[in-house]
Design a protein around this ligand. Structure first.
Ligand code: URP
Ligand code: ZN
Ligand code: ZN
Length: 487
């Protein structure tokens, strides 16, 4: 029997720390050797002139999910993970979403049925908790934590999903007891409702007014409050989709003070601005997402925050809605910005857009590209070292990039079900030409070879594989104050 099922020969292998020319030997779906002149392979691929990175890990994408509006978003697991694969993402972490009155356990079980049927790439599952009533946290959460669901998302805004500070503290405490990570949509709900009402009352209903209805100070306040609540119960958190310079600065300062907080931004906050919404008619609805697109100066601040480690991941926050009655236009052909579903597609193009910006245009470079899109999310969410790196023993989830290929993104539907892309007309340099999941080729030159049902669930143990360095609040010292209350 040959030593390897496959050798990928002579590519520039990139990890979060190094880039070097090497052969990669694969056996049984795993990387078993990295070296030169590997021989004795059943098959081999000439990767000279190509860059080999770990498959992307997208830690925040909404797939086949009941959204804040009460609508199902446009994608099935099949359509979303097909688009992920085509763009070089081999692991996704979408959301099983509990709304008010629902059983969390039933929602998660139903979500697994959908994922098992449709997933083409591997997946873990975050749990959205919108109704943390005592019996949910006491009876349903512990078995879910034990069966590999190690992260929760909560919302500080959206009418159907918002939780108040007391409920947030309940969730943080429960997460602490089970070693789970809590991810937070941190914007001030009252400010958003108040601003939205004032704008609509004055007739400012076009898509472009979505931006001012989510004031920047609301993000600052939400992040600050989330960090304060987390500090009170000594629970690590992840602030999702940071959009403003000031929001990133709050995290920067908090981390400097030893708070256990991670931060994420998204492709769209790095590459798009509020100017996108300023289009005739309802067209700008395509770019409505929350938090909203911001300004060029925010982009600079977010790149800086990624460079210095204030923010650790770039996700897509893929949230697809079609421009028709099933999605963005569910409330009619000319809805006010408040009636338009929030979110945009981005799973497929996250990796190519970031490769182009970071590697081809030189912003932060190849190793940082690998770190932000694969290694850091894999570590933070407990998937490393199986996912997110190229090392002996890791899953052979690999992307072969042609660094010279220039692709202009067409104004046409992509493989997801959104029916449009917010990035139409842009050119990128560098393209994922071949993609491997556990050693099996799932994309070759734009052709999807992976099949629905081949993606596997990735159970993650509680206990948080990686915890941001930090200190505990003195109140929690059991020898002194009320720490014993939290056990
Ligand atoms: O507008 C967005 N991002 N919609 C998705 C839901 C969320 O808040 O992440
Ligand atoms: Zn969110
Ligand atoms: Zn989201």
């Amino acid at each position: 029997m040959p030593s390897f099922d496959l050798v990928i020969r002579g590519g520039t292998v990139a990890t979060a720390s190094d880039a070097f020319q090497a052969d990669i030997g694969i056996r049984g779906g795993r990387i078993t050797a990295i070296g030169s002149n590997l021989t004795d392979a059943a098959a081999e691929i000439d990767a000279r002139g190509l860059i080999v990175t770990p498959g992307g890990v997208d830690p925040h994408c909404h797939i086949e999910q009941l959204a804040a509006t009460g609508l199902m978003n446009a994608d099935t697991f099949e359509s979303a993970t097909a688009s992920a694969a085509l763009g070089g993402t081999t692991t996704v972490i979408p959301f099983a979403a509990q709304h008010l009155g629902m059983s969390l356990a039933a929602v998660v079980e139903d979500y697994h049925r959908r994922a098992e049927r449709g997933a083409i790439v591997d997946y873990a599952v975050h749990m959205i908790i919108a109704d943390p009533r005592p019996e949910i946290l006491r009876e349903e959460l512990p078995p879910l934590a034990r069966s590999g669901h190690a992260s929760i998302k909560v919302f500080l805004t959206y009418d159907r999903l918002v939780i108040d500070d007391e409920k947030l503290l309940d969730v943080l405490e429960a997460a602490r007891n089970h070693g789970l990570l809590v991810c937070i949509h941190a914007e001030n709900h009252g400010m958003i409702r108040w601003m939205g009402r004032k704008l609509v009352e004055r007739g400012y209903t076009a898509p472009r007014y979505h931006g001012p209805s989510h004031p920047r100070i609301g993000e600052v306040e939400g992040i600050h409050r989330a960090i304060a609540c987390a500090a009170l119960v000594d629970q690590p958190i992840m602030i999702f989709h940071v959009s403003t310079a000031e929001g990133a600065a709050v995290i920067h300062r908090a981390r400097g003070e030893g708070r256990k907080v991670w931060g994420e931004t998204c492709t769209q906050y790095l590459l798009l601005t509020s100017a996108e919404l300023d289009r005739p008619g309802i067209e700008g609805a395509k770019w409505i997402c929350s938090p909203p697109l911001r300004e060029p100066s925010d982009q600079e601040a977010l790149w800086w925050a990624l460079e210095v480690g204030t923010l650790q991941c770039v996700s897509s926050d893929h949230a697809p809605y079609r421009m028709d009655v099933s999605g963005k236009l569910a409330k009619g052909p000319a809805p006010s910005f408040k009636e338009i579903a929030n979110g945009m597609p981005g799973l497929e193009l996250r990796m190519p857009l970031l490769f182009s910006a970071m590697v081809s245009e030189g912003r932060l470079g190849l190793c940082k590209f690998v770190e932000l899109t694969a290694t850091a999310p894999a570590k933070i969410y407990g998937l490393h070292p199986a996912k997110g790196t190229i090392a002996p023993g890791s899953d052979a989830d690999l992307v072969l990039w042609d660094p010279m290929r220039v692709v202009t993104i067409a104004d046409a539907p992509r493989r997801d079900n959104a029916g449009y892309t917010p990035y139409a007309g842009r050119s990128v340099r560098g393209w994922p030409v071949r993609v491997f999941l556990r050693g099996r080729e799932i994309v070759r030159e734009g052709e999807l070879l992976g099949r629905p049902g081949e993606g596997r669930f990735l159970p993650r143990s509680g206990g948080r594989a990686a915890v941001p360095t930090g200190r505990s609040e003195p109140e929690l010292d059991p020898a002194r104050n009320f720490g014993a209350l939290l056990r």
